[in-house]
Design a binder for this molecule. Structure first.
Ligand SMILES: NC(=O)c1ccc[n+]([C@@H]2O[C@H](COP(=O)([O-])OP(=O)(O)OC[C@H]3O[C@@H](n4cnc5c(N)ncnc54)[C@H](O)[C@@H]3O)[C@@H](O)[C@H]2O)c1
Ligand SMILES: [Zn+2]
Length: 389
């Protein structure tokens, strides 16, 4: 099958993002980035992913001439913290890893964000390769150089912009991903497609009509499915890479529609839902799925987004799989969570809305009345058959 390469032009350096099936079997090309006579590799992963793909990665590294060791962290968002970071930094120092050595993040966005941040600060920066193994990490988290850990004050508050030297998205690794994680990744793909424009949006929608997410896991032996999935992931990556290269460090003052901030479409409501449900009921992408629906409604009121396009987004989210119900979640709590975010350490609240598919618009929080937000939340709750508090 095709092995697709996408070049990302970052301020610090250009790098390649490879998308394809079976990429982890041959890693000889890493010698062009880190000559194996001088460089050792440190695999950062968690137990679950390492058990699935660690051996394959270790063998391919050995075949390519690299000595490797590994560091395993806990599985889950709560381990993306200071204490894991400290353990990893101590491991690197104790084992005398040098600036010529490099880290390989094998896992989802949690592993990638933490390993990336450790790479940014250990010896003031050492080489780093992303091997994303979730759909969300392939199309989003591994691309673009945002690295971070959480603090007690909030998610991703401590971090750095630090690009990897390469990203290797081996699509075959998705065959073991639980369905809810696939749904989560597809919701982010729908978000990116709705920002990118007609072409990526219809490609994404057509793919989902042909292969609804609930049938994904059975489809990995089906060649046309794999080819379409590879193509979809690579087009998604191309879009993300293009946005990143235009606004590498997400300039705070930018409000134009090519700002990196647009990638937060669906996230104002999404983050609030995650917070109100204490990060337990929803996977991040699932909450973004609901966020897309609500923010599409808001876009209708304040940005003339058409009813027809609202329906298209709703159809796409419907094909992404079952989302958790919203029963018991109160609208006013969602509103409070949004205004808490506003008063938080980040800059003032900005909404990313759509004038049309492919035409995002950044609006100041003050431009949207609370009543409009409440009405749109209520509408989506009712559509989904959830009791609206
Ligand atoms: N840096 C960025 O630009 C960026 C962008 C979006 C999200 N993120 C971050 O990414 C994180 C979310 O990432 P995620 O959705 O990948 O979650 P995750 O890393 O928690 O992975 C989800 C689950 O899938 C498991 N898993 C991973 N690969 C697997 C595989 N191939 N087979 C079976 N199980 C597998 C993991 O062990 C985990 O239990 C959040 O911390 C978020 O803040 C970062
Ligand atoms: Zn997201």
């Amino acid at each position: 099958m095709e092995n697709i390469k996408i070049q990302l032009a970052a301020k610090a350096h250009d790098y390649e993002i490879k998308v394809g099936c079976g990429l982890l079997k041959n890693l000889e090309f890493l010698n062009n980035l880190f000559p194996s006579q001088k460089s050792r590799a440190v695999i950062v992963s968690n137990k679950k992913v390492f058990r699935l793909y660690g051996k394959l990665l270790q063998n391919s590294l050995a075949k390519a001439g690299f000595e490797s060791s590994h560091f395993l962290m806990g599985d889950g968002e709560k381990y993306k913290n200071f204490s894991t970071l400290k353990r990893l930094l101590d491991f690197l120092s104790e084992n005398k890893f040098r600036r010529t050595d490099f880290l390989i993040a094998l896992g989802g966005g949690v592993v990638g964000d933490l390993a990336g941040f450790a790479s940014a600060i250990y010896l003031r920066g050492i080489g780093f390769v992303q091997v994303p193994t979730t759909l969300l990490a392939m199309i989003d988290a591994s691309v673009g150089g945002k690295t971070a850990i959480n603090s007690k004050f909030g998610k991703n508050l401590i971090g750095a912009f630090y690009h990897p030297s390469a990203v290797i998205a081996d699509v075959e690794t998705l065959k073991t991903l639980p369905t809810r994680e696939l749904t989560s990744g597809i919701c982010e793909a729908i978000k990116q497609a709705s920002l990118a424009g007609e072409k990526l949006f219809s490609q994404t929608l057509e793919f989902l009509k042909k292969f609804p997410v609930k049938n994904f896991r059975k489809s990995f032996s089906n060649k046309p499915f794999l080819q379409s999935l590879e193509k979809l992931i690579s087009e998604q990556v191309k879009f993300k890479a293009q946005i990143v290269s235009q606004d590498d460090c997400e300039e705070v003052g930018r409000r134009d529609r090519f700002s990196r901030k647009i990638l937060n479409f669906g996230h104002t409501i999404g983050h609030a839902i995650e917070k109100v449900t204490e990060y337990k009921r929803f996977k991040h992408g699932e909450a973004v799925g609901i966020g897309i629906l609500v923010e599409a409604e808001i876009s209708k009121y304040v940005a003339n987004f058409s009813e027809r396009e609202v329906e298209l987004l709703s159809e796409a989210i419907g094909l992404a799989g079952d989302l958790p119900d919203l029963n018991g979640v109160s609208r006013s709590e969602i509103l409070d969570a949004i205004s808490f975010d506003k008063k938080n350490l980040r800059s003032s609240l900005e909404w990313i809305l759509l004038e049309a598919i492919g035409k995002p618009k950044i609006l100041d929080g003050k431009q949207i009345a609370d009543e409009t937000i409440l009405r749109c939340i209520e509408k989506i709750f009712q559509k989904r058959g959830s009791l609206c508090l």
